[in-house]
Design a binder for this molecule. Structure first.
Ligand SMILES: *Cc1c(COP(=O)(O)O)cnc(C)c1O
Length: 377
């Protein structure tokens, strides 16, 4: 089955009993048992719920994994995956991971003595140098936010195998439509499904897909023990989102290319970060390991004042955090998503005050260009 067909027909579809074409929302917490301990496979909805199960099946299929898991947010998903570690273990992580992953690692998991090192994982030598005797996992995000740095997943997989490490990949930006890390040797893929997978700015959720029965068993134990599960209504919304994920990603990418071409020729724009540009560092790797470059663009207009001006004038771009929705969003990472990073560190990373981040939606690209044009005059 090709990907777009899988998004519509994959997993569990409809309801055999009634012929309903859409999976019912099983708004239920418990299930009648025939005799004590003799049940249909469902006993309590933290452990398993049919609507959530249908979603978990489709994400496993989309990522070419053995099993899938749905959580109440991307962070609940990442936290549960990190619970596979033990106290005293060490994890090597991409240095510009999502802020929430950084906070979880440095302010919460550290209290349980889970050690970490942040490195630029686009440089494999740095990754190798960071590995210690107690290292148990590589946690990679690619492409990253907001500078869209790319890490070579095949290379990470080789390093992970040589050192007997779990390879965990945050695939939120690429989505399984463009990139399937398990095929490149990853063990676990995590998503903030709040973003492209949901796609309509109406649900907060996280998804995980894993490549082995053993990890599946361990993660289900953690999911059931920790309990950060996704509810049936939100599970259903994600399945609806997934049906159009391919169409949306293609429309988004087409608009993104058009916007990049516009920005490249704009005198106010000093630097553009987009993995689809041949001069973007990591472009060749992005091209090898993904079938598309996604819908995130960052560009520098030179100063915080100019960036503020653009944001105050746009009409179709909504000034908001988050990304991956049908509506185009605009933000200044230095003042919003990355404000908690010290100024000096932001300069080192290239997250300047004049850096604007776009999450391109599915509107008509002519309107989007008109909007940016008038905002940058
Ligand atoms: C948003 C995001 C998360 C966290 O997901 P939530 O659904 O907000 O909890 C994790 N990783 C990346 C790359 C994200 O963009």
């Amino acid at each position: 089955m090709k990907k777009k067909t899988k998004m519509v027909h994959g997993g569990i579809t409809g309801d055999e009993r009634t012929g309903a074409v859409s999976v019912p929302i099983y708004q239920v917490s418990t299930y009648k048992q025939e005799a004590a301990g003799k049940h249909t496979g469902y006993e309590y909805s933290r452990t398993g719920n049919p609507t959530r199960h249908a979603l978990e099946t489709v994400i496993a299929e989309l990522e070419n994994g053995k099993a899938g898991f749905a959580f109440g947010s991307g962070m609940a998903a990442i936290t549960s995956v990190m619970m596979l570690m033990n106290t005293g273990d060490h994890v090597v992580m991409t240095d510009d991971v999502y802020g929430g992953s950084y906070r979880l690692t440095t302010k919460v998991l550290n209290r349980f003595n889970l050690d970490h090192t942040f490195v630029d994982t686009s440089d494999s030598e740095k990754v190798k140098a960071a590995i210690k005797p107690n290292t148990k996992a590589l946690f990679i995000e690619t492409p990253t936010n907001p500078l869209l740095k790319v890490t070579d997943l095949k290379q990470m997989s080789e390093i992970a195998k040589e050192n007997n490490l779990l390879l965990i990949v945050d695939n939120t930006f690429a989505t399984p439509y463009w990139q399937t890390p398990l095929d490149l040797g990853a063990d676990i893929v995590v998503h903030s499904a709040t973003k492209y997978i949901g796609g309509h700015s109406d649900v907060v959720s996280g998804l995980v897909a894993v490549n082995s029965e053993k990890i599946a068993e361990d993660l289900h134990f953690i999911q059931n023990s920790v309990g950060g599960v996704l509810g049936p209504q939100d599970s259903w919304l994600l399945m609806r989102g997934i049906k159009t994920l391919g169409l949306r990603m293609e429309a988004i990418e087409k608009n993104t290319h058009t916007l990049v071409a516009f920005l490249e020729n704009h005198p106010q724009v000093e630097t553009i970060y987009y993995p689809g540009r041949p001069d973007h560092k990591g472009h060749d790797i992005a091209k090898q390991q993904a079938t598309g470059f996604g819908g995130m663009i960052s560009f520098d207009v030179g100063s915080g004042e100019k960036a503020d001006q653009v944001l105050s004038r746009v009409k179709y771009f909504t000034l908001a955090e988050s990304l991956g929705a049908v509506e185009s969003l605009i933000s200044i990472p230095a003042k919003m998503t990355h404000a908690s990073i010290p100024w000096e560190r932001r300069q080192e990373l290239g997250i300047t005050d004049g850096l604007i981040r776009l999450s391109v939606g599915i509107e008509d690209s002519e309107d989007l260009i008109e909007d940016l044009k008038q905002a940058m005059e």
